[in-house]
Design a protein around this ligand. Structure first.
Ligand SMILES: Nc1nc2c(c(=O)[nH]1)N[C@H]1C(S)=C(S)[C@@H](COP(=O)(O)O)O[C@H]1N2
Ligand SMILES: [Mo]
Length: 526
C-alpha cells in the first residue's frame, strides 16, 4: 500500500473534506451550546473575541459608524477566515490527513480559548467547544480516510467481481453518501442548537414585568417643550428610535428578570444583593433624562431622551454604606463590560442617578439593558450607563480601570455642551422670497442650556427662540426664521450653557472625551 499513498486526493475532494470538517465543528459546537449554554457557542465566542482583540480604533469605528452592518460584517469576516482555513486544511492534506488534523485541532483550541474567556460562560459551557474540536477533527479524519479508499485501486477480489461498465469504485459512492450525510447532519445540528438556544425566553420575562407605574412620576412634558412641527425631534424619543451603542455586536445579553441579581460590594459597610422583585417592589421614581454617547460626532444622532423609571442609585448605595475614599463606582454588565463612575456623581442629590428598570413606563428593551441598567445624568454613557448591570463595586480609580479607560478613553467624562441643526437637512433647497426655518436641539446636561445662536454665512450671531425647559438634565429645542437671498448659504449653530460657557469653535474628535465644534449645514435658495 505504501506506494498508493503517494497518489494524492483530487483538489476538489480535498477541499470538500476540509469544508465539511469545519461545518461539522461549527454545528457540533452550536448544538451542544444550545443544550448546555447558548453563550458557549464557539462561533459567538469567536465573534466576541475578534471584537476584544481588535484595535480600539476598529471597535470604535464599528460601534459608532457601522450601524446595523456591524453584525453581518463581523460574521462575514469570520466566515471568510473559516473558509480559507477549511480550504487550506483540505488542500494541504491531499496525501496525508495530518496537516488538516493539526489545523482542525488548532482552530478547535482557538474556539475553546474564546469560549473560556467569555465572562458569562460557566464551567459546563466548555463542552460546546470540545464538541466542536472533536467534531472537526474526527470528521476530517473519517472523510479523509474514505476519500483515500476511493482512489485506492480496487483490491484483487473487487477486480474479480469487476465493474467493467462504469469503472466506478464502490468506495466512491460511499464517500459521496457520507459527505451528503455530514452536510445534512451539520445543518440539522446547527438548526437544533439555534432552536434550543431560543428557549431562554427573555421576551416573555420582559412582557411579564408589565406596565411600570412610578410612585413619583416625572412632571408631564409641557406644551412647547419641542418644535416638532418646525423640524426638531420630539422631546421624548420613541423607545424604538432611542439610539443604541454597546459592544454586544454578536447579540445583546439575554438575562431573564427572574435570573437577575445585583450585587453591591467592595468598600462598603454591608454587602448587599438585590433581586429584580426587590427592586420592582420599591417605590419607583421616574426621571426625564437625555442620554448622550461620547462617540457622537458634531451633528450626530447618539443623543436621546426618555422617561427612565427605577430606584435612586443613592438609596441603594446608602443601604450598603459607602466607605470614605471609594471614589469610583465600578459597574459590570453580565457580559463583562465595565464602566467607572465617580462615586460623587452617583450620590449627587442634584443628579438623581438611577438603577433603571424601565423607560417610557415599559420594562427596558433587551438592547437597552433589560432587566436593569445604570443612568447617571450629565455623564457620557461609557462612564455611567451600564446596561445588563449585575455588579456594583465601590473602589478607587487607582485600583481598577474600566473597559474604555483601558482603551485610552477619558476617565471623567462629563457631557460637553453641544448643539445640532436638524432642519434644514444638508443641501435642502427653498423657493426665494419666503423665510427659511432653522431648528434643532442643544444639550448641556446638568448645567442647562441658556442660549442658542446661529449665524448665516459667517455674519453676526442671531439669538434663537428656545423651547420650554423640562429640567437641566435634558435637551432643549430651538428655532429661528431667516430671510436669505437666492444662492447657497451656510448656517452655523452654537450653544451657551447656564455657566456662561459658549461652545468653542475648534473641532475636536469624539475620542477620548467628547467632540467639540460648531455644527453647520448648507442650503440653497432659488
Ligand atoms: N453592558 C454595556 N453597557 C453599556 C455599553 C456597553 O457597551 N455595554 N455602552 C455604553 C455606552 S458607550 C452608551 S453611550 C450607552 C448607550 O445606551 P443605549 O444603547 O441604551 O442608548 O450605554 C452604555 N452602557
Ligand atoms: Mo457611548
Amino acid at each position: 500500500m505504501t506506494d498508493m499513498e503517494s497518489v494524492p486526493l483530487s483538489r476538489r475532494v480535498a477541499a470538500l473534506v476540509g469544508l465539511l470538517a469545519v461545518a461539522a465543528a461549527l454545528a457540533g459546537g452550536h448544538l451542544v451550546a444550545g443544550i448546555v449554554d447558548p453563550d458557549a457557542s464557539p462561533l459567538f465566542a469567536v465573534g466576541n473575541s475578534v471584537r476584544d482583540l481588535s484595535p480600539a480604533s476598529v471597535t470604535e469605528y464599528a460601534i459608532a459608524d457601522l450601524g446595523d452592518l456591524k453584525k453581518p460584517l463581523l460574521f462575514a469576516g469570520i466566515g471568510v477566515v473559516l473558509l480559507v482555513v477549511a480550504l487550506a486544511a483540505g488542500l494541504l492534506s491531499r496525501r496525508s490527513p495530518w496537516p488538516g488534523m493539526i489545523i482542525a485541532t488548532l482552530v478547535g483550541l482557538a474556539g475553546l480559548l474564546a469560549v473560556l474567556t467569555q465572562p458569562t460562560v460557566g464551567p459546563i459551557g466548555v463542552l460546546a467547544p470540545i464538541a466542536s474540536l472533536a467534531g472537526g477533527v474526527l470528521t476530517f479524519r473519517w472523510l479523509h480516510s474514505l476519500a483515500r479508499l476511493r482512489i485506492a485501486p480496487p483490491a484483487e477480489s473487487e477486480k474479480d467481481e469487476g465493474h467493467p461498465a462504469t469503472g466506478r469504485h464502490p468506495s466512491r459512492r460511499r464517500f459521496l453518501f457520507t459527505s451528503l450525510g455530514v452536510t445534512v447532519a451539520a445543518g440539522a445540528a446547527g438548526g437544533a442548537g439555534q432552536l434550543l438556544a431560543s428557549r431562554i425566553d427573555v421576551e416573555s420575562s420582559r412582557a411579564a414585568v408589565g406596565r411600570l407605574v412610578p410612585a413619583k412620576a416625572a412632571p408631564p412634558i409641557p406644551d412647547g417643550a419641542d418644535f416638532r412641527t418646525l423640524g426638531t425631534p420630539p422631546f421624548i424619543t420613541p423607545t424604538r428610535d432611542f439610539y443604541r451603542v454597546d459592544t454586544a455586536l454578536v447579540a445583546p445579553p439575554k438575562v431573564r428578570a427572574e435570573d437577575w441579581q445585583l450585587r453591591i460590594h467592595g468598600m462598603v459597610d454591608r454587602e448587599r444583593t438585590y433581586s429584580f422583585d426587590d427592586i420592582r417592589d420599591r417605590d419607583l421614581v421616574e426621571r426625564t433624562i437625555t442620554m448622550t454617547c461620547v462617540s457622537n460626532e458634531v451633528g450626530g444622532p447618539y443623543v436621546s431622551t426618555t422617561n427612565f423609571i427605577g430606584v435612586p442609585l443613592r438609596d441603594l448605595l446608602d443601604e450598603a454604606g459607602v466607605r470614605p475614599g471609594a471614589d469610583q463606582l465600578f459597574s459590570t454588565s453580565v457580559d463583562g463590560w465595565t464602566a467607572g463612575t465617580p462615586t460623587e456623581a452617583a450620590l449627587d442629590p442634584d443628579r438623581d442617578a438611577l438603577l433603571a428598570i424601565g423607560m417610557n413606563r415599559q420594562a427596558l428593551p433587551v438592547e437597552h439593558g433589560f432587566p436593569a441598567r445604570l443612568v447617571v445624568p450629565g455623564l457620557y454613557g461609557f462612564v455611567s450607563a451600564t446596561k445588563w448591570v449585575v455588579d456594583l463595586e465601590l473602589t478607587t480609580f487607582d485600583a481598577k480601570q474600566s473597559y474604555w479607560l483601558k482603551r485610552d478613553w477619558g476617565q471623567r467624562a462629563p457631557i460637553k455642551t453641544q448643539s445640532r441643526i436638524d432642519t434644514p437637512r444638508g443641501f435642502a433647497t427653498f423657493p426665494a422670497g419666503r423665510p427659511v426655518t432653522v431648528a434643532g436641539v442643544a444639550w448641556a446636561q446638568h448645567t442647562g442650556i441658556d442660549q442658542v445662536h446661529i449665524r448665516l454665512d459667517g455674519g453676526p450671531w442671531q439669538r434663537t427662540t428656545l423651547s420650554r425647559e423640562v429640567n437641566d438634565q435634558t435637551w432643549r429645542m430651538w428655532h429661528i426664521s431667516l430671510d436669505a437671498e437666492p444662492g447657497t448659504h451656510t448656517v452655523e449653530v452654537r450653544a451657551t450653557d447656564r455657566d456662561g460657557e459658549t461652545q468653542p469653535p475648534q473641532r475636536v474628535p469624539p475620542i477620548p472625551d467628547g467632540a467639540t465644534g460648531w455644527h453647520s449645514t448648507q442650503f440653497t435658495v432659488h
